[in-house]
Design a protein around this ligand. Structure first.
Ligand code: ATR
Length: 285
């Protein structure tokens, strides 16, 4: 058999834990494309040089993950609105000498949220976001795009929450940074709680927070997907809250990437979820 005509991949350091190859290669097989999606372990100091060489090797583009999202932002020749807003790029598209930088984490979270909880969840009541790193930035921007009027950002290191507020300041949205641990104030009247911290991931401490003050009707989302049911989601489910795990965002951020490289808009289906769940069962920290 001849080599595939086009490649895409995911660039990170480390990269062995990524389930993106499973996802994109599932779609490649499903749509019968002559292509392959490859994990690429690239050290930070080699990132720019490797990116410069990939187009001639037949790469249509790559996903970019930790720790390269800011470096990808810097080397992009064009940036979409989401990449500009986030200051980070998770998708590169190679195009005749140009490198288009995009951020699909923002629309990815937005699509997952709508799929799980329906449109308007962010507009219905205040939202609480835990964490203030890169993932929090994407989540907060998605909530703002969805018309959130009140977002409370709680982070262990409060100055990072303040910095995030300064960065995403939006006149239509009230943004505040209650103290980490001040759950009563943060949860009052809230309709959505999102964890964007790394707590709850395999190998990290579990995130247990008192949910007694979270209104019963509030929805709870975690962007951690390994494990799929984090302690936070288990606690929330036990209390009767609607929940959303991290696979939704992972799958939906991949849709525009696949479409940009291969010209086919793939579907997020129960079959895809089942394949990823199976893969995750075998992934160790
Ligand atoms: P990412 O870009 O994936 O969001 P990050 O920038 O390293 O990664 O952010 C990780 C988030 O998890 C931060 O909000 C971090 O809190 P700090 O800003 O105080 O570091 C949060 N986090 C990590 N470990 C934590 C812990 N043990 N307790 C509370 N928050 C934690």
């Amino acid at each position: 058999m001849s080599a595939p005509v086009s490649f895409a991949g995911v660039v990170g350091w480390p990269i062995s834990q990524s389930v993106s190859p499973t996802m994109h290669n599932f779609w490649i097989a499903q749509y019968g494309l002559d292509a392959e999606y490859i994990p690429l372990a690239v050290k930070p100091e080699d990132f720019a040089e490797v990116m410069a060489r990939l187009p001639e090797k037949g790469f249509a583009g790559v996903n970019v993950t930790i720790p390269h999202k800011e470096a990808a932002f810097k080397l992009s020749t064009t940036l979409d609105t989401n990449a500009r807003a986030a200051g980070a790029v998770n998708l590169l598209v190679f195009d005749q000498g140009k490198i288009h930088g995009r951020n699909t984490d923002i629309p990815g979270f937005s699509a997952a949220l709508t799929e799980s909880f329906g449109p308007g969840i962010a507009r219905a009541a205040p939202a609480v976001v835990l964490g203030a790193g890169g993932a929090a930035r994407a989540v907060v921007l998605a909530l703002i795009h969805q018309g959130a009027f009140d977002i409370r950002i709680l982070n262990r290191t409060e100055t990072r929450a303040r910095n995030l507020i300064d960065l995403v300041q939006d006149k239509g949205t009230k943004l505040s940074a209650p103290d980490w641990g001040d759950w009563n104030a943060a949860f009052e009247g809230a309709g959505l709680l999102v964890n964007t911290t790394s707590l709850g991931m395999i190998g990290k401490d579990a995130l247990h927070i008192p949910l007694e003050h979270l209104p019963r009707g509030a929805a709870v989302a975690d962007i951690v997907y390994n494990p799929l049911e984090t302690a936070l989601l288990a606690d929330a489910r036990a209390r009767g809250h609607r929940t959303m795990d991290g696979l939704g965002m992972l799958m939906h951020q991949a849709v525009p990437a696949f479409a940009a490289w291969f010209g086919v808009t793939p579907q997020v289906t129960p079959d895809l979820r089942a394949v990823l769940e199976e893969k995750l069962r075998g992934v160790k920290p």
